[in-house]
Design a protein around this ligand. Structure first.
Ligand SMILES: [Zn+2]
Length: 428
């Protein structure tokens, strides 16, 4: 029995080692039929990417002597994809009941186990980096998932994390329970500028790379077609949060879906607007001028709309059209648009790369949509010097799809080669 166990263990070790080909010291050459390097619209043909020590060593037309070669000659190679809005601690919640169930019936420990699977899924879909925008009641588990990935314990994308997020009393689930029943919340509740500052300090001290705020709630379409909301924080509170985060060299992501939430966030100086189903022209102008990113998360809106309408909130169906108009105005206004999906808001078994088709449907070219998930997203992360484009000296984060995604952007859902920092996680 003992001998068998050792044999099995040996076999597992060997499989794991061969799985991680391209480790330090070895030179690997990727023969790419096409290369989309993330800089412009053009695709280069028959390129060899030479990888060593986790980095892109050179972009060539021939493999160096002695290099292990991986044949991607029927594929288009691209920079590793970046999803700037995920929730690896969530399993998809269309209705309020779905959400409450996760927080009430699953321990943070169990949710963390599920999150390790989601992290692996994200990487296998081709997302070599993600910005995870809060744990929805699972505390600081995202910081631990990030640590486990960085330490090589589990496979997953490189991560920037937001930990618990902030909202005001009475604005965030779980809600609607009897006042005498203590229930968990999906965020850290804070009221008043001083408490908000303290919460920012706390979250940063426990590993938050970003501070996430919920700036609005309760949506309604006005007669003139504008999506209205109830702002959560006062402008003073939001300004205190942004000031404290920036003072500590951290950035702020603001969930802002409608008129007032977006306006207050822009006024307070946040770094990214999440969702932005409706953004006034004036605010788009300010966003373009100050370089505030727009992370539209289109697909999730379609995913939840019918379910939420059936639950008595038809506004979610109307929001899709409003979102499209806003997206087209943002494109015209020259706002920086970064790829983000809200994965976890929908089931991780659904490939978040569906967002590419949604962005193209709303007016981007396939090349623009792909750059939003590579070059632009790397700038949002502040990692444009090491990620986002295929250039010598950058991390060897490289994915490939069979065929030409500029002709059919839905091919982005067919990533079948994934390399992160020179390590191969998936091969065709
Ligand atoms: Zn989200």
């Amino acid at each position: 029995m003992r001998k068998n166990s050792w044999l099995i263990l040996l076999f597992i070790s060997i499989s794991f080692a061969s799985h991680l080909s391209g480790q330090a010291g070895k030179t690997v050459a990727l023969r790419c039929g096409n290369l989309f390097d993330g800089h412009g619209d053009a695709v280069r043909k028959n390129i060899v990417l030479v990888v060593a020590d986790g980095k892109i060593k050179s972009i060539s037309t021939a493999a160096p002597d002695g290099a292990e070669t991986i044949d991607l000659s029927t594929h288009t190679c691209l920079p590793g994809l970046i999803d700037t809005h995920t929730h690896i601690l969530l399993q998809g919640d269309i209705t309020a009941a779905d959400y409450d169930e996760q927080l009430l019936k699953q321990s943070p420990e169990y949710r963390t186990i599920l999150a390790t699977v989601n992290a692996r899924r994200a990487l296998e879909y081709g997302f070599t980096s993600i910005r995870d925008l809060e744990t929805e009641g699972a505390g600081y588990a995202d910081a631990d998932i990030k640590k486990a990935i960085n330490n090589g314990v589990i496979p997953g994308p490189r991560m920037q994390v937001a930990t618990r997020a902030l909202d005001v009393t009475g604005a965030y689930p779980l809600q609607g329970y009897a006042p005498n029943v203590p229930v968990p919340h999906g965020v850290q509740l804070v009221d008043g500028p001083d408490n908000a500052r303290q919460a920012v300090r706390e979250q940063i001290s426990h590993g938050a790379d970003w501070i996430k705020v919920y700036s609005d709630r309760t949506y309604r379409v006005r007669d003139d077609g504008v999506l209205d909301d109830i702002p959560t924080f006062t402008l003073d509170e939001l300004r205190a949060i942004v000031d404290e985060a920036h003072r500590e060299h951290h950035k702020v992501a603001s969930h802002a879906m409608a008129l007032n939430g977006v306006h207050n966030s822009v006024e307070a100086g946040v770094d990214t607007i999440e969702h932005g189903n409706y953004i006034a022209d004036e605010d788009l102008k300010t966003m373009a001028a100050r370089g505030i990113y727009y992370v539209p998360t289109i697909y999730v809106g379609e995913y939840v709309a019918q379910g939420r309408a059936a639950e008595g909130a038809p506004v979610w169906v109307k929001m899709i059209q409003i979102h499209e108009e806003t997206f087209r105005r943002a494109l015209k206004a020259g706002v920086k648009i970064a790829f983000g999906t809200d994965a976890g808001g929908f089931d991780w078994k659904v490939n978040p790369a569906k967002e590419f088709s949604s962005m193209v449907k709303f007016g981007m070219t396939p090349a623009q949509a792909i750059r939003s998930a590579t070059a632009t997203a790397s700038e949002l992360l502040g990692m444009q010097d090491s990620l986002g484009t295929i250039d010598a000296g950058k991390f060897a984060d490289i994915v490939a799809v069979p065929g030409d995604p500029l002709a059919d952007v839905s091919l982005m859902e067919k990533v079948d080669f994934v390399m992160k920092a020179g390590v191969v996680y998936r091969k065709p």
